[in-house]
Design a protein around this ligand. Structure first.
Ligand SMILES: [Zn+2]
Length: 611
């Protein structure tokens, strides 16, 4: 029989289509799985995979934009909900908790992205993990620092063992987004905060890859349970979450450690491990101010990519199991933490101390550390001791710094009042959705205010600024926080001043931004630098006259000057300083108001004309 050509063609076409569609319908491997973990997908491939899953499970997966990066790329979240309810209020009303997972804030550390693609597939395509959506909704940012993620190279992270081409730590303007949560300089941070407050998730995870030492663990993690975390939440994290994550990871064949591993001495692992609390510039520090539990996940940089991605997968899976089990408890804890925060301002006249800065308290706990054998030798390159690791196990009991202490604290006022010309300070509060009211008329009244002196700014830049930090980053010239003394004074605030009352869920955020000594305050980050600048000055021939007149009138002033000349050689050698001594103590000098913090602390809102 002679086959007609058109018939043959259509047969080939149909068979081809059938074969093709059968293959694509069955192949739900993620891009990195297809590449056998040698590569990680770029953003376009990542989004293509997400959209393919979303169109195969439209009732359970939604991909939403939440803003743009500096270079103009669309920031996306993926929402995975078993019944197609994608609204956060409706989700909470149905008794389900929301997990928000952030990936690739440091875009060379993209393990969590590839883990989330696999977890998404297992929830809604293969449905092996569909049970994790019973009492929880899974929301994730596949890539947060997209501009950094697309700056792909094999040379971006010298410490890390693959995959082949990876992204960059900074964003498009080389800002480290994981130091930007408080000051919110980057467009990504601004978009994150808007999205975060729309979702107000019950638990937040930030996925990273380590730098630092070599050891056996492939998954290390840390959830803050420090004195600034709501006490009941801290107890739940410590007793119920952390041990369960560790147990489940080890049961799944990974080697887990529930602390971040920082060596006390990089040249000698035997000297023990440090674990420091995160101030608000970090994502997990920010979560403390948001009254939500936050988990930092760090996969070990030298493990192969498959081990890392599956380790990241397992910790998210285990956390979702805990969240499903404790869903109603977690919602109650978050409600209680919000209520506690909203009550902070009520203690204005009490003795309630609020911790501003927390540091290691000197206590250590012995832990069995699963490290690697190492050799120490004097290096002719660096001139100091260096460590070379073998891959032979070294299980040693080491001191781990676990104790923390509050080093700076404040008594919260009822409210702060910020004059309207400090618009950049107010703008950051607005970016954080802090509730504010404006005054309708000028107001004069008694407030507590700080007078600050002795500040020194950091020399080399840190995150694009020269903050009053004691040597963050490459601080060859560390700054120094001087003193801020509180006194009750009568001050006048213009109409349109902003009043930030502390009876709100974001009270801790307002305190951390507006209390000068807080580790990430507006003052530390340089937003109040102009108050330390002297605007007017006296000419030498004018001050010569002033000095003579004032010494004649005031013998004590004369004595003080002469004592200073005798005891302070730098002062004695500076003609300018000797004349400024008299200017600074005169009404003309005091008119400069150097160091007078313009924000007032209100102990009550009585009499303040508010809109
Ligand atoms: Zn990182």
């Amino acid at each position: 029989m002679r086959l007609r050509v058109p018939f043959l063609c259509s047969l080939v076409l149909i068979c081809g289509l059938l074969l093709g569609s059968a293959a694509s319908a069955q192949d739900w491997r993620t891009p990195t799985e297809i590449a056998d973990y040698r590569t990680t997908p770029d953003y376009a491939e990542t989004v293509a995979y997400l959209e393919r899953v979303a169109s195969a499970a439209p009732g359970q997966v939604k991909v939403e934009n939440f803003g743009k990066t500096g270079e103009g790329r669309d920031l996306k979240i993926v929402i995975v909900s078993r019944d197609g309810v994608f609204d956060p209020v409706a989700i909470h009303a149905s008794g389900r908790v929301i997990l928000l997972v952030q990936n690739s804030i440091h875009a060379g550390e993209m393990d969590g992205k590839d883990a989330c693609l696999a977890l998404l597939r297992d929830m809604v395509i293969t449905k092996d993990k569909a049970g994790l959506l019973e009492h929880a909704v899974f929301v994730f940012i596949p890539v947060y620092n997209i501009d950094g993620h697309e700056r792909r190279s094999a040379y971006n992270r010298i410490n890390q063992n693959g995959p082949e081409a990876i992204g960059w730590r900074g964003n498009g303007s080389n800002i480290n987004l994981n130091r930007d949560y408080m000051k919110a300089d980057a467009p990504e941070t601004r978009a994150f905060l808007r999205m975060f407050h729309r979702w107000l998730p019950d638990f937040f995870v930030d996925d990273h890859v380590t730098d630092g030492a070599d050891f056996q663990y492939d998954v290390t993690f840390y959830a803050d349970a420090t004195p600034d975390v709501a006490p009941a939440t801290a107890k739940w994290i410590h007793n119920d979450v952390t041990p369960e994550l560790e147990r489940q990871l080890n049961a799944a064949g990974h080697v887990a450690f529930p602390w971040l591993i920082n060596l006390n001495d990089d040249t000698d692992p035997a000297k023990g491990l440090t674990n420091m609390p995160a101030p608000p510039r970090f994502s997990t520090g920010q979560m403390i101010l948001e009254n939500r539990p936050g988990l930092l996940v760090e996969l070990h940089m030298l493990k192969d990519y498959k081990t890392r991605v599956t380790g990241n997968y397992e910790i998210l899976r285990a956390l979702l199991e805990v969240m499903n089990r404790d869903a109603s408890k977690l919602m109650a804890l978050n409600r209680e933490a919000d209520e506690d925060a909203a009550n902070l301002g009520a203690h204005a006249l009490g003795n309630e101390r609020f911790p501003l800065a927390i540091e290691w308290g000197g206590e250590t706990t012995p832990v069995v550390f699963r490290g690697y054998q190492y050799k120490r030798a004097l290096s002719e390159v660096s001139g100091t001791m260096w460590v070379s690791y073998t891959h032979e196990p070294w299980n040693a009991t080491l001191p781990l710094t676990t104790g923390v202490k509050v080093v700076t604290w404040t008594m919260p006022p009822a409210a702060y009042i910020v004059p309207p010309q400090w618009n950049r300070v107010i703008d950051v509060l607005a970016a954080h959705d802090v509730a504010m009211r404006h005054t309708t008329a000028a107001w004069t009244g008694k407030v507590e205010r700080y007078r600050c002196a002795g500040m020194e700014w950091q020399g080399p830049p840190f995150e694009g600024r020269h903050p009053i930090f004691e040597g963050e980053g490459a601080g060859a010239e560390p700054g120094k926080f001087g003193t801020c003394a509180l006194a009750t004074e009568t001050m006048t605030f213009p109409a349109g001043s902003v009043v930030v009352a502390l009876n709100q869920r974001l009270s801790k955020l307002a305190i951390q931004w507006l209390e000068p000594e807080a580790p990430d305050s507006a003052m530390r980050w340089g937003f109040f630098d102009p108050i330390f600048e002297q605007r007017e000055y006296g000419e030498a021939y004018v001050l010569e006259k002033l000095a003579r007149e004032n010494m004649a009138k005031d013998p004590a002033l004369k004595g003080e000057f002469e004592h200073r000349v005798q005891t302070d050689p730098r002062f004695a050698a500076s003609p300018e300083a000797r004349l400024e001594f008299f200017y600074d103590r005169s009404p003309w000098g005091l008119a400069n108001k150097v160091g007078e913090y313009p924000v007032g602390r209100l102990l009550s809102l009585e009499g303040v004309p508010l809109e």
